[in-house]
Design a protein around this ligand. Structure first.
Ligand code: ADP
Ligand code: MG
Length: 320
């Protein structure tokens, strides 16, 4: 199978929304008047972002989902994506499953594959997504204000625990096992929530590197400090039963969650909760923005959190 057969067979499903999809030198997209184009790209490298034995269908899903998560974090709505793919070999079973997983995610979130590039080489998947957001409504990292609440969607830490399950370092009972693996391999981009938070959230980011790191980006960009109550950070039941150091690492620094972390003024708590209900996502208020710099974790009593010795929060400079 040659390069062009491969593209034709696995990556050329027709597009409906794009003015021109796969097959020419460029794809063409029409953008509605009064909107800005939101663009993001994420590369997934074998051995670094995924294990070489991951199921190809899950890999196809996740490759697009992590890119869509960036659109969600700006409040943008997906339009189209391109796929640059380096493949060690044209393995038909692998390609079939990978492209099915990819198109599953694309169909679920109405994002069309409109082009890309295909070469041989060590397995590497690079996707660029294009989204649309009404003029001047995109939610940036830099807008958090002193007095704002800090919120997160969903539960944190399950994906990081799932990675340890995949690596054989942690064993979970059946149902929890599947939930942790799904969190790792089938992340859900919070697109509806991100869109509904336009005009409500003052700053927003998706949690790809762990809460401590990603909330740290909001704080730095907004030039403010944050105080987070560790016990308010939502976690799964199975994570709550893990040894304390592992639990805290997964919860606060584990990464790969693809939940949204955002800030909003306290007088908009009702509007925030409504956005969560409409998007069907649980939201938790985990802390507050204050004057100053840096991120502090506290107990429910308001005293600094005493992390057990051996807690590895990943060497983020917040813990310097
Ligand atoms: P060019 O040489 O003009 O860049 P290519 O020969 O690389 O074009 O690709 C031919 C067509 O197939 C283009 O429309 C390109 O966008 C598309 N394409 C190539 N690889 C992929 C891929 N992995 N997924 C989707 N479309 C692809
Ligand atoms: Mg060309």
């Amino acid at each position: 199978m040659g390069e062009f057969d491969l593209i034709e067979r696995y990556f050329s499903r027709p597009s409906k929304r794009a003015a021109l999809g796969v097959g020419d030198d460029c794809a063409l997209l029409a953008i509605r008047p009064g909107h800005e184009l939101a663009i993001s790209t994420d590369m997934l490298v074998c051995g670094r972002h995924f294990l070489s034995d991951v199921a190809p269908a899950a890999l196809g899903w996740k490759s697009l989902a992590v890119n869509l998560s960036d659109l969600a974090a700006m409040g943008a709505e997906p339009m189209a994506f391109t796929l640059a793919l380096a493949l060690p070999a044209a393995d038909e079973d692998w390609l079939e499953a990978f492209s099915d997983g990819l198109y599953d995610c694309a169909a679920r979130y109405a994002c069309e594959l409109v082009g890309g590039d295909t070469t041989s080489g060590p397995l590497n998947i690079c996707i660029a997504v294009y989204g649309e957001v009404p003029l001047r409504t995109a939610v940036r990292r830099a807008g958090a204000k002193v007095g704002d609440d800090i919120w997160v969607s969903g539960e944190l830490g399950s994906a990081a625990l799932g990675l340890r399950v995949r690596q054989g370092a942690v064993v979970l009972p059946d149902e929890a096992h599947q939930q942790a693996i799904n969190a790792l391999e089938r992340p859900i981009p919070r697109l509806a929530l991100g869109r509904d938070l336009r005009g409500i959230a003052t700053a927003m980011i998706d949690i790809s590197d762990g809460l401590a790191s990603d909330l740290g980006h909001i704080l730095a960009a907004s030039r403010v400090a944050g105080r987070v109550s560790v016990d308010a950070v939502p976690q799964s039941q199975f994570l709550s039963r893990q040894p304390e150091a592992l639990r805290l690492y997964c919860l606060l620094a584990g990464g790969d969650d693809y939940e949204l972390c955002f800030t909003a003024p306290p007088d908009l708590q009702e509007a925030v909760q409504r956005a969560g209900r409409e998007a069907g996502v649980a939201l938790a208020r985990i802390g507050m923005i204050e004057a100053g710099r840096g991120l502090e974790f506290e107990n429910s009593g308001g005293t600094p959190y005493r992390f057990p010795t051996g807690t590895n929060l990943g060497g983020f400079d917040h813990f310097g």
